[in-house]
Design a binder for this molecule. Structure first.
Ligand code: PMP
Length: 352
C-alpha cells in the first residue's frame, strides 16, 4: 500500500529468498509508483557552474508524476469511506491524472468516468479507454457553468451515480500530501541532503507545494523553491492568456497551491519550452513533455547564478510520447513560428 519509497525493495528480495540481488517481483503495478531516478543534465550544462539533476517522473507505471496523487487520493478516499468497493471515480480530466486514476481503478475494480472537452485529441481519449475507463466528450465552446460543459457534466454524473466519488485534484489536500510524503523525501534521500534548489512547473501546485513544504522543513528553510510558469499564467503575474504548453499554468489560483513555500517564479515562453523539450531528447536522450522543457529552462536560469557547491533538482513530469504530433512535429512547430521552416532553395543552388 502507498507510494513506493524504495525501502520495500530489499525486504521484497529477502522475502523471495534471495537477499541482495535475487528475484524482485512486485505484487501489483501500483507498487511501482514513485521511487523515480535522478539523472544529471550534463549535456545541457555548458555555461552553468552549478550541477542540475532531473527527477524522471515518466518512469512511473502510468507514465507521469500524476500516478502518485492518483494512488494517494484513492487510498485516502477508501480509508474514510468516500470510495467503497464497486464505486465509480468521476473526474473532469483529459490528462495524466486520468491515466493514473484509470490505472489504479483497473486493478481495484472501480468504474471510471472521465469528462473532457471535444478539443482533446482522439489519442488521449484512447489511452483512457484502453484502461477500461468511460469517456464523455463535451463541447469545448461553452461556458464552464453551462450544463453541457465538461465540468458540469462531471458534477451531474457524480450526483446521479450511486457510489460516485470525484477526487478533484484542484482542491484535494491529498494531492500535495502525496508529494510531501514521497517526492520530497526521495529527493532529500537521493541527494544525501545536498539539494539546494528545487524547480518544478506549477499546474494544480500539488507538486511544488508538497515537495517545497518537505524540503523547507527538513533543511531548516535552506532549500530554495522555484516555480516555472508559462508566460501569461496567473502564477507569474499574467491574466491567464492562452499558451500552448500543457499541464502547467492556470487562470485561477487552486487551493492545492501553497504559494508561501515558493521563493521565486520564472515565466517561460512556449517557444523556449518547446525548443528545450526537443533539445532534451536530442542532446540528453530524454524524451519528455513540454512542461519538462519549461522546467529545465527555469532550472538552467537559476543554475547560471549559482556555484559548484549548489545542487539544483528539476522535476520532469511526463514522457514526450504524448506530444509526438505537436512539439516533436516539425510542421506544427513551423505553423506556430517556433521553428524556421527550411528555405525552399534547392541544395545545389546554395553550393553554386
Ligand atoms: N506537467 C504536466 C504534464 C502535468 O500534467 C502537470 C499536472 N497538471 C504538471 C506539469 C504540474 O503538476 P502539479 O499539478 O502538481 O502542479
Amino acid at each position: 500500500m502507498g507510494i513506493n519509497n524504495g525501502s520495500s525493495r530489499v525486504d521484497d528480495g529477502a522475502a523471495a529468498g534471495a537477499a541482495g540481488g535475487g528475484p524482485r517481483v512486485f505484487d501489483q503495478v501500483t507498487d511501482l509508483v514513485g521511487d523515480t531516478p535522478l539523472v544529471r543534465l550534463t549535456p545541457l550544462l555548458e555555461d552553468t557552474p552549478a550541477p542540475v539533476v532531473a527527477k524522471l517522473e515518466y518512469v512511473n507505471p502510468g507514465g507521469s508524476v500524476k500516478d502518485r496523487i492518483a494512488l494517494t487520493m484513492v487510498e485516502a478516499a477508501e480509508r474514510d469511506g468516500r470510495l467503497r468497493p464497486g464505486g465509480t471515480i468521476v473526474e473532469p480530466t483529459s490528462g495524466n491524472t486520468g491515466v493514473g486514476l484509470a490505472m489504479v481503478a483497473a486493478i481495484r475494480g472501480y468504474r471510471c468516468v472521465f469528462t473532457m472537452p471535444d478539443k482533446i485529441s482522439e489519442e488521449k481519449r484512447a489511452v483512457l479507454r484502453a484502461y477500461g475507463a468511460e469517456v464523455v466528450v463535451c463541447p469545448t465552446a461553452v461556458d464552464p457553468d453551462d450544463p453541457r460543459s465538461y465540468y458540469s457534466v462531471a458534477r451531474e454524473v457524480t450526483r446521479a451515480t450511486p457510489g460516485a466519488w470525484s477526487p478533484d485534484q484542484y482542491s484535494n489536500p491529498d494531492n500535495p500530501a502525496a508529494h510531501r510524503a514521497s517526492t520530497g523525501p526521495e529527493i532529500w534521500r537521493d541527494t544525501a541532503g545536498r539539494v539546494t534548489h528545487f524547480v518544478a512547473g506549477i499546474g494544480t501546485g500539488g507538486t511544488i507545494s508538497g515537495v517545497g513544504q518537505y524540503l523547507k522543513e527538513v533543511s531548516g528553510g535552506r532549500v530554495q523553491v522555484i516555480g516555472a510558469d508559462p508566460e501569461g499564467s496567473v502564477y507569474s503575474g499574467g491574466s491567464g492568456r492562452p499558451y500552448l504548453v500543457e499541464g502547467v499554468g492556470e487562470d485561477i489560483w487552486p487551493t492545492t497551491f501553497d504559494k508561501s513555500v515558493v521563493d521565486r517564479v520564472e515565466a517561460v515562453s512556449d517557444r523556449e519550452s518547446f525548443l528545450m523539450t526537443r533539445g532534451l531528447a536530442r542532446r540528453a536522450g530524454l524524451l519528455v513533455g513540454g512542461s519538462c522543457g519549461l522546467a529545465v529552462v527555469a532550472a538552467l536560469r537559476v543554475a547560471r547564478e549559482l556555484g559548484p557547491d549548489d545542487l539544483v533538482v528539476v522535476l520532469l513530469p511526463d514522457s514526450g510520447r504524448g506530444y509526438l504530433s505537436k512539439i516533436f512535429n516539425d510542421e506544427w512547430m513551423y505553423d506556430y513560428g517556433f521553428l524556421e521552416p527550411p528555405s525552399d532553395e534547392p541544395v545545389v543552388a546554395a553550393v553554386l
